[in-house]
Ligand binder design. Structure first.
Ligand SMILES: [Zn+2]
Length: 433
């Protein structure tokens, strides 16, 4: 034993100077969690003093960073990303270039963090701030068809399915969020929902209302900023509702969700989705497949650092612990999904997107994936994809209205999913203390 300790002691000394450098640590992290295809090296350079982000390969060659952080500036940068709206943080970072942060910026954004949970016997989550994002938005089948997030299965002659099944994912996620909200609030947490009514978007209105009141203004400002592609301009002129939704509204609304979450400055964010079997075309028939998974940020692919904002978020994900803490939180959530729902976690070969677009993390069932919300939401998050809605057993269980909790009538299965998230939040918060 003594020899072992002596050896470990000597090894620790030998390793220290060379291998614990930040350069190697961050280069390793980028390789394992952020640069999926090894195709983004022209956008960044890590050295012993700090990290540079480049707008393109030429700027990298001539060493003209778009943004630069030295290691000593990392705590100020973290505070900036927590306190400032993303566009403001971006402007500050681009203006700063290779200079230190100006004193006025430090005075405005570097504040002691006042969040923190102060558990009490009956309020174990007192002080905890939790943002909940119920995925999608349809509250009726016509909207569900526009966003294409629904199942509509007829009873079939083979006798596999004896009843008609109509499920809207946007309703399942909303009911899950509302159930979770009431449990969290009862435990003393402060909760913010990005949307809180069937059919309502993060803009606080339905898609139809948005078309009437906001669309023109949104399009004009996108156009002015040069952010409309030719196909989006075409849509603006003569697209169907589905086109407008897919090419314009969808992304804007996700950005609004991220904006609301970041402005709330939550300790934890839960993004709620229900999955489907991707190989089951249009979900007209039930499937035998069933699994759970969770996503965290990372796994940027070719072309995904083409905007300054994406590059700023990439920088944040490198130098903060947002991915690491999200993996911890998501790992606890994934274990809860598996144990409480009695459904296994997805392995990398269970869906094409897991191998093609994701990177495995150290936690089972948890994958890095560059989704709009995993990229734009700051801090610790879980992006949960529980159950396959089209699974033969789940589709029937999910459409039942077999219980009422806190005034919300829904399926027992939805209640179980809400409870798994609650348990994960509680277990993770306890571990932080
Ligand atoms: Zn979804």
């Amino acid at each position: 034993v003594k020899i072992y300790f002596l050896a470990a002691f000597i090894l620790a000394f030998i390793k220290l100077p060379a291998q614990d450098s930040r350069k190697e640590k961050y280069e390793q992290k980028i390789k394992l969690l952020l640069d999926k295809e090894d195709a983004l090296q022209s956008f960044y350079a890590v050295d012993e003093q700090g990290i540079s982000i480049f707008a393109n390969a030429e700027d990298n060659l001539s060493n003209k960073p778009e943004m630069r952080l030295s290691w000593s500036e990392v705590p100020q940068f973290k505070a900036l990303m927590r306190e400032a709206p993303a566009q403001e943080a971006l402007r500050i970072m681009i203006e700063k270039k290779t200079e230190p942060f100006k004193p006025a910026i430090i005075a405005a954004y570097v504040k002691p963090s006042i969040t923190g949970i102060t558990p009490e016997p009956l309020k174990p989550l007192k002080g905890l701030r939790v943002a909940l994002d119920p995925g999608h938005m349809a509250g009726d089948m016509s909207m569900a068809r526009i966003e294409k997030k629904f199942l509509d299965m007829k009873p079939d002659s083979t006798g596999k399915l004896n009843e008609q099944v109509q499920i809207m994912e946007g309703m399942l996620t909303l009911q899950t969020a509302l159930l979770l909200k009431s449990r969290l609030e009862a435990a003393g947490a402060e909760v913010m929902l990005t949307r809180s009514k069937p059919g309502e978007s993060a803009f606080g209105k339905t898609f139809d209302e948005w078309i009437k009141t906001d669309m023109k203004r949104s399009l004009d400002s996108l156009d002015k900023a040069g952010k409309l592609t030719p196909s989006e301009k075409q849509t603006q002129l003569k697209g169907t509702k589905r086109d407008v939704f897919r090419k314009i509204f969808f992304e804007l609304e996700l950005q609004k969700r991220a904006e609301k979450i970041n402005a709330f400055k939550p300790d934890l964010t839960v993004i709620i989705h229900y999955n489907v079997d991707e190989s089951n075309t249009d979900w007209k028939q039930p499937s035998e497949v069933n699994y759970n998974m969770a996503f965290v940020a990372g796994s940027f692919m070719k072309g995904e650092l083409s905007t300054p904002l994406a590059r700023l978020e990439f920088l944040r994900l490198i130098v903060t612990d947002d991915i690491e803490s999200s993996v911890k939180f998501s790992s606890i959530a994934a274990q809860q999904f598996e144990e409480q729902l009695q459904v296994r976690l997805a392995g990398p070969n269970d869906a094409k997107y897991l191998t093609q677009a994701c990177m495995s993390t150290s936690a089972k069932g948890v994958y890095a994936r560059n989704l709009t919300l995993t990229r734009l939401v700051h801090g610790t998050l879980v992006y949960g994809e529980t159950l396959c809605q089209d699974n033969i057993k789940e589709c029937i269980a999910l459409q039942r209205k077999d219980g009422m909790w806190d005034g919300i009538t829904t399926s027992m299965r939805v209640k179980q999913v809400a409870d798994t998230y609650y348990n994960a939040i509680k277990l993770y918060s306890e571990k932080q203390h």
